[in-house]
Every structure is written in C-alpha cells, then in structure tokens.
Design a protein. Sequence first.
Length: 124
Amino acid sequence: MIKINRIGNKLGIASAVGILLSLAMTTNQIISETAVEEASRRADVQQRVGTSVIKVESELRNLQLTNRGARLARNVAELNRFTAAFEVAIVTINNQMDQGLAIAVKPENRERLGKLKILVAEYR
C-alpha cells in the first residue's frame, strides 16, 4: 500500500488530481461548445424560415394591392400591367415558400407553409 504520509506521494496525488481536473474541464468545454453550436445552427434555420415567411407576407400584401389595382384599372394597358405584376408576385411567393419548406425543420411549420401554398394557388 502507498504511504500517504510521504511528501512525494502527496505531490504525486495532487498532480494527478490536477491533471484529471484539467482533462474534465477540457471535455466539458468541448461538449458545451458542440451544444452551443447546434443550438445556434437551429436558431439560424428558424430565423431563415421566419425571414422567408415575412417575405411571403409582404408579397401577399403586394398581391392584394395588385388585385385591387386590376379591379380599378381603367384601360387594357393598366390591366395588363397589373396582371403581369400579379404573376410576378405569385412566382415570388411560390419561390419564398419553397425555400421555407426546404429548410423548415418543425413539422408544424412545414404544414403551415403547405397550407399557405394551397391557399395561394386557390387565390390565383
């Protein structure tokens, strides 16, 4: 058995404990960094989905204004201009929703975007 009353043994045990503590701290740092990186990645994905939805909302408002303008058009040229703007808005909305669907992780977000896509197709 090791005698603990000798100074050399005490110093050896203290250094071994110090090395073990430093290894534990390094391992903890690596695990924490990985967890923070994963959370940051998920937050970034949700931010991109949110940005896509905000752009879709803006384009839906443009779509409504274009539809209103088409109803108030006084001649064929104005009607054609609003019809072209309507088509551009539809294409932009579909592109933004496709981007949102591609990166959405949560099933409820995918479901909402899918329903919105169907509603836009019906609005057309």
